[in-house]
Design a protein around this ligand. Structure first.
Ligand code: NAD
Ligand code: TDX
Length: 343
């Protein structure tokens, strides 16, 4: 079944990395859609990510500052706008921060998702015809893979086995979302994507952090032996996959999304240094992340066979564009580093 058109979509966390890329993507590809962006503007919510969007798409974009954990605010948005769909990007998303302070991860990622689900169910009055709630999840819910068995990848039926407070909170949210489908027939879709890269990623994550440090001739902190593997996907491919699942996915189902692009961290770091003509002597091996997952790899056969989605971009080309974007947008990075982006 193809569900279309959506008139109003509530997007949460739309000032973050993937949410802002998605809003730009959907406004340019789906002509009739109106977007409401609910974002509490944590450290990761950057208004500069969507600076010109209201002018570029007049009447089609509304920003609301608010917390997904705040039931009254969420209810008000539902009553005033009656969205046809919700896409929940809002989350605390950085593993290292979840090791420092797990509580906010449990609050936003678990309670916040539950609040959204509960409010949507109440406001849609159990009349779910053509309504959809898409929970943006992660491959980290599956835990880690052995590096000596490259043939093994995460499928949608791989047992959930998260290791960090971040991934455990995302897993909990997935299970609550699934329970709403199983119990109420609430129209949930869950996507589990691998590591994204591209413009507007907060420079605490591997790729933008390393680019920013290399540009400033600072040491690049590589955790452990640098041989951990991540499966990289260009952010626009993630956006097209989410839109595909929103339109064509079967409710109650999980869809893995991945780029079939496994790379060791150290290889990425060297690629960045080479591309910026910086010496490998900037590499600094530091203490490993606690509970550091060794390898992630997504088997995206289901979304390809059932919904016809495949990534459009290849890493070799898009990593160059991404590095170039950060070089050309040094003001964006420096406004984060000096804190002025929040003023
Ligand atoms: P991000 O940290 O860049 O952005 C998160 C956004 O959510 C920010 O704008 C922040 O202000 C907002 N937010 C946080 N708490 C909120 C709250 N309580 N109420 C309202 N808004 C709140 O994250 P991202 O990298 O764009 O990730 C988006 C989603 O995709 C997350 O759910 C993440 O788990 C998932 N994901 C990310 C990746 C990746 O590689 N970055 C991969 C797979 C899945
Ligand atoms: O300074 C660093 N040095 C380093 O070696 C940082 C920040 C990271 N790393 C390593 C840790 C990981 O093996 O690089 C790899 C990637 O790290 P992150 O960019 O922090 O991403 P990861 O932990 O893999 O999680 C990301 O992908 C899945 C996102 O942050 C999550 O939100 C998403 O769910």
């Amino acid at each position: 079944m193809i569900v279309n058109p959506f008139n109003i979509i509530l997007i949460t966390g739309g000032l973050g990395f993937i949410g802002s890329n998605f809003i730009r993507y959907i406004l340019s590809t789906e002509k009739g859609v109106k977007i409401i962006n609910l974002d509490s503007m944590t450290y990761a919510g950057n208004p500069k990510n969507l600076a010109e969007i209201e002018h570029e798409y007049p009447g089609r974009y509304t920003f609301i500052k608010g917390d997904i954990c705040d039931q009254k605010s969420v209810e008000k948005i539902f009553q005033e706008n009656v969205p046809d769909a919700v896409i929940n990007f809002a989350a605390e998303s950085h593993v290292d921060r979840s090791i420092e302070d797990p509580n906010v991860f449990i609050k936003t990622n678990v309670l916040g998702t539950a609040t959204l689900l509960n409010t949507a169910r109440k406001c849609w009055k159990d009349f779910f015809n053509n309504k959809r709630f898409l929970q943006v999840s992660t491959d980290e819910v599956y835990g880690t893979l052995p590096e000596d068995k490259p043939e093994i990848k995460f499928t949608e039926t791989t047992p959930l086995n998260p290791h960090s407070p971040y991934s455990a909170s995302k897993t909990s949210a997935d299970l609550i979302a699934k329970s709403f489908f199983d119990t109420f027939g609430f129209p949930v879709l869950i996507t589990r994507c691998s590591n994204n890269y591209g413009p507007y990623q907060f420079p605490e994550k591997l790729i933008p952090l390393m680019i920013s440090k290399a540009m400033n001739n600072e040491k690049l902190p590589v955790y452990g032996d640098g041989l951990n593997v991540r499966d990289w996907l260009y952010v626009e491919d993630h956006c097209s996959a989410i839109l595909t699942v929103l339109k064509k996915g079967k409710t109650g189902e999980v869809y893995n999304i991945g780029g079939n692009c496994e790379i060791q961290n150290i290889e990425i770091v060297k690629m960045i240094l080479d591309s910026l003509n910086k010496p490998h002597s900037l590499i600094n091996y530091v203490q490993d992340r606690l509970g550091h997952d060794r390898r992630y790899a997504i088997d995206a056969t289901k979304i390809k066979n059932e919904l016809g989605w495949e990534p459009a971009y290849c890493f070799g080309e898009k990593i160059k564009d991404t590095i170039q974007w950060y070089v050309e947008n040094q003001n964006w990075v420096s406004s984060i580093i000096d804190g002025s982006y929040q003023k």
